[in-house]
Design a binder for this molecule. Sequence first.
Ligand SMILES: [Zn+2]
Length: 307
Amino acid sequence: MAILKPDNKTTFGGVTVNEYLLTKHNPNHIAMPSVSMEGKIIGVTVHNTAWITTVAGTTPAEQYTRATANGNMNDVRVHYYVDNTCAWQNLPHSLSGWHAADGSGNGNRRTIAIECIMSSAYNATDKKSEDNCARLAAALLKKYNLGIDHLYTHTHWLNVRDGKSGSVDYLNTARNSYKMCPLYILPHWAEFKKKVQGYMNAGSATAPTPSAPAAKQLYRVRKSWFDAKSQIGAFSSLENARRACKVGYAVFDSSGKQVYPVKKSIDEIAHEVIQGKWGNGAERKKRLTNAGYGYNEVQKRVNALMK
Ligand SMILES: [Zn+2]
């Protein structure tokens, strides 16, 4: 495929953005995300991907976009690639991406993804890419009226996925054995965050809307998150919620995530299903759903294991 031509060239937060939406251009029929993010955006997720050298007349962000359109980026779909000179937008903000490795979690489903193209050298070019990334992130947070604590790292979503809890700062930077991303920015994340905040403050007559203080965490004891009527209590202390939890019930945090008993992996559950521990037909479906597992997701894994 020849070097791509953007449909649109705009300036956003001081960064040149080339729009090339894969929803409009998909000559190779690559798989695409389909879940809407309309009205659900909670932040921006920052990634790093490796610097690549390009032929004359183009930039790494274009080349990554082209590689995606050519089906060479596996199942990575992001909203923006950004390099030292410009950004390329691949997905509309109304569509969720595939980038956070948290399945249907908030990272994939509710954040705008920026892949910042850099190298470990952290040379002048890398710093320019990082600066463009900071400008773009700031402009996006402002656009959605979100505060600086809605700036996430890829690793944040991996830590959430792995059941860690804590402040945004903690989850953004806490070591994750699967992946540390953005690899080149994480070592100075606090500094990067300050830079984004600076760009958010600059150029606006009023200070950015501070994000709402984190809602007080409440742990609810229910049969399932969706069965609000079954609730037997709501506790600010997880310990107390655990104590009140009876057989057939679970503890959910404010976002609806089951925190006790700790859920098993889809793989473990699929094996249990095969062993007959979850019954059959409608009963299986009901029991899995009540226990907080996605029936279809489990069944898909079962089918794959049975092949
Ligand atoms: Zn990443």
